[in-house]
Design a protein around this ligand. Structure first.
Ligand code: AN7
Length: 324
């Protein structure tokens, strides 16, 4: 990313996952896990989701002839993701509760053998997800930092698994340090990291405009902390204001539309450069996990310059005025 690199005096690359078939990084793990489900003869799959997992599972399961059932926290899934989930034919259960409650439903259904779970507790999801690491190292070789948004922490742990495999195979010598970014009011892991602990306290009522990572009790929290310590990395949090700033920077400096959760990476990058943790000239990859169209309402609500015109001449007048 030329312009962002210049802005931060770094070598910054964006891993744009919005170009995947359903517009998020979830397609990698879902493709593998649904293939396994089909091989096993599964009839019904289920997931809890803040939206992207649901959209991806619906598409891949329907294509495979498997019935998708999604459990979503009521009123907190972005419109684009909801539209995809419905379009791809999932049965939708809207739960009056948080993501963490929706996951309890999935665990119970799996326990009773009613449906096959496709959250990242399913190890095949992780196997597919780790290909992000393969592609980054394949294209760039040595990288100093990889920055990832963290919700349930499936992605950051998958990326580390992929990286370690490459190292064990002798395909890369020095592994990047991992940065996990959480939203300020949904950041149980950051608190634990600051205390150099492996024990984290779940956040009871997580809040952030980045609905994808509005998660108070990350499934892979312990693993994520271990991974960050092992990679000599960092866990940080960013505010909603910083997320919106970063979303605009990506959209306007690089022409990359990403959803708020993905923009946390650039907000986190700015913080770490300011703190002197990431230093000039280093090679950094930010994982841009989801497309901007996933959450159109955020874009419409924030920072637009728009006018109403009731006639052709009025529209012409407005534009000539503001461009003067
Ligand atoms: C765009 O879809 O949890 O740390 O249910 O959609 O692996 O959980 C999505 C998470 C980052 C966090 N960026 O990844 C779901 C869900 C985007 C996301 C994350 C999500 P993890």
């Amino acid at each position: 990313m030329k312009n962002i690199s210049r802005k931060f005096e770094l070598e910054v690359y964006g891993k744009f996952e919005g170009a995947n078939p359903t517009g998020s990084f979830k397609d990698r793990g879902m493709s593998v896990a649904v293939s396994v489900a089909k091989y096993l003869g599964v009839k019904v799959v289920v997931c809890a989701s803040t939206g992207n997992t649901a959209a991806s599972m619906a598409a891949y399961a329907s294509r495979a002839g498997i019935k998708p059932v999604v459990i979503l926290p009521k009123n907190s899934v972005a419109k684009g993701k909801l539209a995809q989930t419905i379009m791809h034919g999932a049965v939708l259960v809207s739960l009056n509760g948080l993501f963490d409650d929706a996951l309890k439903v999935v665990l119970e259904l799996a326990h009773r053998n009613i449906a096959y779970p496709l959250n990242s507790i399913n190890p095949w999801r992780i196997e597919g997800q780790k290909t992000i690491a393969y592609e980054i190292i394949d294209e760039l070789g040595k990288v100093d930092w990889i920055i990832v948004p963290v919700g349930n922490a499936g992605n950051i742990t998958s990326i580390w698994k992929g990286l370690k495999e490459l190292k064990n195979l002798g395909l890369v010598e020095n592994l990047p340090r991992l940065v996990g970014v959480q939203a300020s009011r949904a950041s149980p892991l950051v608190k634990a990291f600051q205390e150099k602990s492996l024990i984290f306290e779940p956040v009871e009522e997580p809040k952030t405009i980045a609905s994808a990572i509005r998660i108070g009790n990350p499934v892979h929290g312990l693993r994520a902390l271990k991974v960050v310590y092992e990679s000599n990395g960092v866990l940080i949090d960013v505010s909603d204001e910083e997320i919106l700033w970063a979303q605009k920077v990506l959209a306007r400096l690089e022409g990359l539309g990403v959803e708020p959760a993905s923009a946390t990476t650039i907000a986190g990058l700015r913080k770490l450069v300011e703190e002197g943790v990431i230093t000039h000239g280093e090679k950094v990859v930010v994982v841009l996990t989801g497309h901007g169209l996933k959450d159109p309402e955020i874009a419409l609500k924030h920072g637009i310059e728009s006018y109403e015109a009731s006639s052709v001449s009025e529209a012409v007048n407005i534009v000539s005025k503001i461009t003067r």
